[in-house]
Structure formats: C-alpha cells, structure tokens
Design a protein around this ligand. Structure first.
Ligand code: UD1
Ligand code: UDP
Length: 370
C-alpha cells in the first residue's frame, strides 16, 4: 500500500472553522489522506459551535483564547505551540485559511519547520497594508510562503500572478459556499427564540472589524437608530460579536430600542436561516459578503475598502463605509426603490459553485502524485 499523505488543517476563529470544516470532512473521506485537525482556539465559544455543527473532532486543541487578547501574545503562543506539533508529526502538508493571526503565524511556523503549506482562500488583497489590519499583511505572508494557493475567484488568482507568484496557484471557488449549501440543505433552524415580527422587514447587522472600533462603529449604530425612527416597517437584528470592543460601543447606543434586537452571536445554522429571512444585510464581515449574494440578499458593506470586489462588480454588494448619512440614504433607497432592490437581490454569486472542497482535494492529490 502507498504511504498516505499526512495533512493537517489548522484554524482558530469562527470564519476559518466554517470554511475549513467542509474540507476536513471531504479529505477524511479519501483513503489517500491521513487527516489531522488542529485548533488554535483563537476563538473559543464561536469556534466550538461550528466544529460541533460539522461533527469535526479535533486532534489537537491549543486552547489559546484569552479575554481581550492582543496580537503579540497570541502570535507567540501560536508559534511556540505549533512548533511542537509540527516537529513531532512531520506533516506532508499544512493547510491554513484566510488572513487571521492563526493563519499568518501557523503558516510561518510550518515554514520554519520546513513543512509544505497550502493556503485556502488565497490571493485576496486590498493592497493597503493597514486595511484591513493586520489581515492584509497576514495574507501577503501566507501567500509568499505557500506551495499551493486555492483562490476563490479569477481576480484573487490574478492578484497572485501580478505579485509574481505563479506556481501552485489554482482557482477553486470559496469553500464558504460549500459550507453554506450544506447547512442550508441539511440543517434548517427554527428562529422562534429571536422573536421576529413577520410583518416587519428584517435588516441583519454584523460588525467586528478592528478598523471600525470606536467612532466608525458609533456612526453605524447611530445610523441604525435613525433608520428605526424613520421606518416603522423594519426591525434590526444584530447578533453581536463577542469581542468586548464591539459590545462596549453597540450596547450603550442600541439597547432598549423598540424593534432593535441585540442578540448573542448565532450558531452558524440559525445564522444562515436568518440571512435567508432577512431583507437587507449590513455588515463588515468578509464571510457574510460572500454568503449573502448566494442567498439573493443585498449586502451593504460597512468598510471603506474590500478585498472582495467581485460581488460589487456583479451588483449584489455595495460599499457604504461608516458615514452615518451614507448608510441611512443607501438603505432608505433600497427600502423605497423596488427596482434597485431587485437588481441587487438578483445579482449572480461570484464565489463558487459549492464544490470548492472537491477541487482542492484533487489538486492536492495531483500535487503529491507528481
Ligand atoms: C478575529 C480575526 C479577524 C476575523 C475575526 C472573525 C485576527 C487578528 N483577527 O478577530 O481577522 O475576521 O476573528 O470573527 O486574527 N471572543 C470571545 N469568544 C470567542 C471569540 C472572541 O470571548 O469565541 C472575544 C475575546 O475577548 C477575544 C476577543 O473576542 O480576546 C477578540 O478575539 P480575536 O480573535 O483576537 O479578534 P477578533 O476581533 O475576533
Ligand atoms: N456568522 C455566524 N453567526 C453570527 C454571525 C456570523 O455563524 O452571529 C457566520 C457568517 O455566516 C460567516 C462567518 O460567521 O460565515 C463570518 O464570521 P466573521 O464575520 O466573524 O468573520 P469574517 O468573515 O469577517 O472574517
């Protein structure tokens, strides 16, 4: 029997888990692979609920999250703890995802251990090292030391070619669409616990980006307040990220306002059901920008820049930034102008066909066959 390809998938935050768990499952189905799952647990509760939903059982759990953690401490812990695992296990390939501290530092650690690296969701760029911070630099680091790069779109692959990274670059679609379709088709959720009013249009809000902490997030909340006062036929549902920097701003401005529901982060399955039920989505999240167009939901992105320009070009997403007037006016236009709403809702999803994991599996097999 041929030797199996020994692979580790390492992740630590909610979005990485959503986008990596389908791949863990896919690779585990294939006898050519010996698959290990390593959690840094950069997130804890928000990570665990996803891992449980997909039925993934981790082989290593570094359990690193600390309340209000900082980049230095988290990074050094990841580097030291992964060193021990990489040196002992001697993987043929380590897969990291996206642009978090977990991704950037685990990839660096694998590089120091002379282990081959694959980057899932490669090639995304704003080309501004400070925006998003520190994610843009994490992407650049990971792509510059990876052997295989799985790009969601032509544009992300082109970003790598333009940076003179040409070998090992593949367009696969984003595994988030695999995750979304699996959950939407297999894990329907009951949302009664939220207490939605079926006579109102639901506007779903999420935010957590560092660039928005403080004044920008305050403006977002003030825009929500103004929209609620102006429109008696809408309700806002805001599942708040557990980062205290988010909650400390959002709660004082938006608590106890009629038709504003500030709730705990939702597990992924109910969150998908809520996205499907929503009329408009207001977010600074990367993953939500990719998922919502696949569900036919207009998305307004609360950022000045995005590394995900495709859905803007296709028409399903608009960049509104964090200016209060701009947010209010853009939502008002969508609420009042049916044609404008339909145009956004009917735009094509550019992020994949739901088979990204299969394509990645095949590319890895081919890579080790040659
Ligand atoms: C991180 C990523 C960001 C990603 C986001 C997804 C970095 C630098 N940032 O940002 O790229 O978009 O995750 O959500 O990698 N917390 C909990 N429980 C949890 C999760 C978080 O209590 O399950 C709280 C803790 O106080 C923690 C804090 O949130 O210290 C911040 O978590 P951290 O991962 O450092 O930053 P995020 O803002 O979540
Ligand atoms: N999400 C979730 N519950 C929530 C909010 C978001 O399951 O209450 C999912 C969402 O569908 C998407 C992912 O979490 O797949 C996005 O994570 P986040 O916004 O934290 O990070 P980003 O994508 O910006 O890195």
């Amino acid at each position: 029997m041929n030797k199996k390809i020994k692979i580790a998938l390492i992740f630590g935050t909610r979005p990485e888990a959503i986008k990596m768990c389908p791949l863990v499952k896919k690779l585990k189905e294939n006898n050519s692979f010996e698959v290990y799952t390593i959690l840094t647990a950069q997130h804890r509760q928000m990570l665990d609920s996803v891992v449980k939903l997909f039925g993934v059982v981790p082989d290593f759990d570094l359990n690193l999250m600390k309340p209000n953690q900082n980049l230095w401490e988290l990074s050094s812990e990841i580097l030291l703890k992964t060193k021990d695992i990489f040196e002992k296990e001697n993987f043929d390939l380590v897969l990291v995802h996206g642009d978090t501290t977990t991704a950037g530092i685990s990839a660096l650690s694998a590089f120091y251990s002379k282990t081959k690296i694959a980057h899932v969701e490669a090639g995304l760029r704003t080309f501004d090292k400070n925006y998003p911070f520190p994610e843009e630099i994490n992407r650049v680091i990971v792509d510059s030391i990876s052997d295989l790069m799985f790009c969601p779109t032509d544009k992300s692959a082109q970003n790598l070619y333009n940076s003179n990274i040409k070998k090992g670059v593949f367009k696969t679609g984003n595994t988030v669409i695999d995750a979304l379709l699996y959950v939407v088709n297999n894990k329907p959720s009951n949302l009664d616990f939220i207490g939605l009013n079926n006579n109102l249009k639901t506007i779903l809000v999420t935010s957590h980006r560092r660039e928005n902490f403080g004044e920008p997030l305050k403006n977002i909340c003030l825009a929500i307040k103004e929209l609620i006062e102006k429109n008696k036929d809408i309700e806002i549902v805001y599942p708040m990220h557990l980062n205290p920097n988010v909650r400390n701003t959002v709660i004082p401005i938006l608590e106890n306002i009629e038709r504003v529901k500030l709730i705990e982060p939702l597990d992924y399955a109910p969150f998908c059901t809520l996205m499907k039920k929503s009329h408009i989505i207001l977010t600074d999240s990367g993953g939500v920008q990719e998922e919502a167009p696949a569900l036919g939901k207009p998305v307004l992105v609360l950022r000045e820049e995005t590394e995900r320009p495709e859905a803007i070009e296709y028409g399903g997403v608009k960049l509104v930034g964090t200016n209060k007037e701009k947010i209010v006016n853009t939502i008002q236009e969508l609420l009042n102008n049916k044609d404008e709403y339909e145009k956004m809702a009917k735009a094509i999803n550019p992020y994949g066909d739901g088979h990204a994991c299969e394509y990645i599996e095949k590319i890895i097999l081919d890579y080790f066959a040659n």
